[in-house]
Design a protein around this ligand. Structure first.
Ligand SMILES: [Mn+2]
Length: 205
């Protein structure tokens, strides 16, 4: 999986969390890391504008001569800058929803963890289903993922920390947040029974 540089850090966190999954692909951050002569198909997801996939430009421009087939799964509307290839365009709020239709069509089974990560794509890209671009397909995809074990709490926790959908934290702020949560200690100042007694006393006075 060739990944654009901009989302490197959150992605690394994600990959670490998924490391117990056998199906997590190797992440490649630069095209220079791979032997392009071995590539038969280039699949673009959530992008169709050539200007946004500069990191894969080498493969796109040489696709014909290298015999590489290009498949595109995207929910962005067409433009003059479209990458040439076999386009699978669906009008919906999240490319993840399109991928869910592919999983449904091919009757591919997924784990609860995979359902959670795919679901996160839908929550993120639809602003938790409130953006105007959100379509019926996004809701239907989420229903399917929920049936496969998608964990809403994990999505809430992750988006809250990493996304503009929740509280947007910078990498520095996130580091502080993580240090604080990791080093936090619990002190019991007063137990529940004493607290209730104190409240009763205060009420009487
Ligand atoms: Mn998208």
């Amino acid at each position: 999986m060739l990944w654009p540089g901009s989302t490197k850090e959150p992605l690394q966190t994600l990959v670490q969390r998924c490391s117990d999954e056998q199906t997590v692909p190797d992440i490649i951050f630069s095209i220079e890391e791979i032997d392009t002569s071995q590539i038969k198909t280039l699949v673009l997801v959530d992008v169709r504008a050539r200007a946004r996939v500069k990191h894969a430009e080498k493969l796109i421009s040489e696709a014909d001569s290298l015999g590489i087939k290009i498949l595109i799964y995207d929910h962005h509307p067409p433009s003059n800058d479209d990458v040439p290839g076999e386009m699978h365009y669906v009008e919906c709020g999240a490319a993840s929803s399109i991928m869910v239709t592919q999983l449904q069509e091919t009757k591919t089974e997924i784990s609860p963890q995979q359902a959670t990560w795919i679901g996160m794509g839908i929550y993120e890209d639809t602003g938790c289903f409130v953006y105007d671009s959100t379509q019926v397909l996004d809701f239907e995809a989420a229903v399917w993922l929920k049936k496969k074990g998608m964990e809403s709490k994990t999505i809430y926790d992750y988006l809250h920390k990493h996304s503009a959908t929740g509280i947007a934290l910078t990498q520095d702020q996130l580091a502080v947040y993580e240090e604080l949560t990791e080093t936090a200690k619990t002190y019991v100042i007063m137990d529940k029974k004493k607290l209730q007694l104190l409240r009763q006393l205060l009420r009487k006075n």
